[in-house]
Design a protein around this ligand. Structure first.
Ligand SMILES: [Zn+2]
Ligand SMILES: [Zn+2]
Length: 125
């Protein structure tokens, strides 16, 4: 199955094939800032199963592990569509909210739960 993920304006997209390897909800402050929302959800695929299209700007930050994450976002609208975590070589994370169809993409884990907003009631992980 092919899934298309795209930014708000549509200029930057990623197409993923096959099944995701892991889906992770993250409540850390960096994911909150990146998304402007209460948490971020990363859908991990093998890099070989992901094809990207369009111009991307990058932002690199160092995670708590000390390893870098490279975020790719649309220079026109600012949506972060995908990123590469150095601590998971060979994998690409795609932002759940960017997928055209995501109703069946359910997180398999929740991380930084201690930082989760108290009003969240997430039944997974
Ligand atoms: Zn865009
Ligand atoms: Zn996070």
């Amino acid at each position: 199955m092919q899934r298309l993920a795209r930014c708000s304006c549509g200029r930057l997209s990623a197409t993923a094939g096959g099944a995701p390897l892991k889906i992770s909800a993250c409540h850390c402050r960096s994911c909150q800032r990146r998304t402007g929302s209460a948490f971020g959800v990363a859908v991990f695929y093998a890099a070989s199963d992901v094809a990207v299209s369009g111009e991307a700007s990058t932002y690199v930050r160092t995670g708590d592990s000390g390893k870098e994450l490279t975020f790719h976002f649309c220079p026109s609208c600012g949506s972060t569509v995908y990123w590469q975590p150095q601590f998971r070589p060979g994998l690409v994370a795609i932002a759940l909210g960017c997928f055209e169809e995501s109703s069946d993409l359910v997180p398999s884990q929740s991380v930084y739960g201690d930082n989760a907003h108290s009003w969240l009631d997430l039944r997974f992980g």
